[in-house]
Design a protein around this ligand. Structure first.
Ligand code: SAH
Length: 221
């Protein structure tokens, strides 16, 4: 029996509720669930919204951006079918939460954001959590990261009107890319692209809502 009032659940209860919400929204891969259990979302959210880190909600972060909803992070991660030897590229570091989860599943993670402040803050969290296999870079991620290509997996966490050509080119044969596609203020669709010797195969996973993939570097706010 807990003597805590109901609106202040214990850490263990909060974690159980968090994982339950993920499962009920279709995140069923045990490796993904383990990674999401290992990475506490709390440190990735500062200020006003810090107390809501364990809700299945997107929340505002610095530079006018958002940390994605945990169940969407889980579904996108699951759709990538990551193997432990994989080299993964993420476009849209944001808070760093998605990259931290990827780092538990893959050998190497490169993550790019156009806001240097977000990259700097995410790096500090990766260091504090000892996530040594992530490299965070400030750049326009639409061009990918040619010097580290090709990638086994690519995840884009900002919406593009079409999957960016340079990213498709930097995907390995046998590779998978997950990307939200559509106008920023309209319904977007999460697309999974598989690259094989025969070409690219697309499937549509679900409707989502992401901030837009923008050109050039961002002004830090
Ligand atoms: N994956 C993040 C959420 C990303 S929000 C998380 O786990 O918190 C989308 C991010 O994409 C924003 O931080 C935004 O700055 C970034 N972004 C938008 N266009 C970009 C581009 N062309 N290159 C790199 N990052 C971009």
């Amino acid at each position: 029996m807990s003597d805590l009032p109901e609106d202040h659940p214990s850490d263990a209860e909060r974690k159980m509720q968090f994982l339950y919400a993920l499962r009920s929204k279709g995140v069923t891969d045990s490796l993904v669930l383990n990674a999401m259990e290992a990475i506490d979302r709390g440190p990735f959210i500062r200020g006003l919204f810090a107390g809501r880190a364990y809700e299945d909600m997107p929340l505002p972060i610095a530079c006018g951006q958002t940390i994605s909803q945990p169940s969407v992070v889980g579904l996108m991660t699951q759709a990538l079918e990551i193997s432990p030897r994989d080299k993964v590229l993420e476009i849209g570091t944001g808070s760093g939460y998605q990259a931290a989860i990827l780092s538990k599943l893959a050998r190497r993670v490169y993550t790019i954001d156009r806001h240097s402040r977000l990259v700097r803050e995410a790096r500090a969290i990766f260091e504090a959590l000892d996530l040594a296999n992530i490299t965070a870079i400030t750049a326009d991620g639409s061009f990918g990261l040619p010097e580290q290509a090709p990638f086994d997996r690519i995840i884009v966490t900002a919406a593009a009107e079409d999957p960016p050509g340079p990213l498709l080119a930097q995907l390995k044969e046998g590779g998978i890319m997950v990307v939200p596609v559509g106008q920023s203020d309209a319904v977007q669709h999460l697309i999974r692209v598989r690259k094989s010797a025969q070409g690219l195969e697309y499937d549509e996973l679900r409707a989502v809502r992401f901030v837009p993939l923008l050109e050039g570097l961002g002004k830090d706010t």
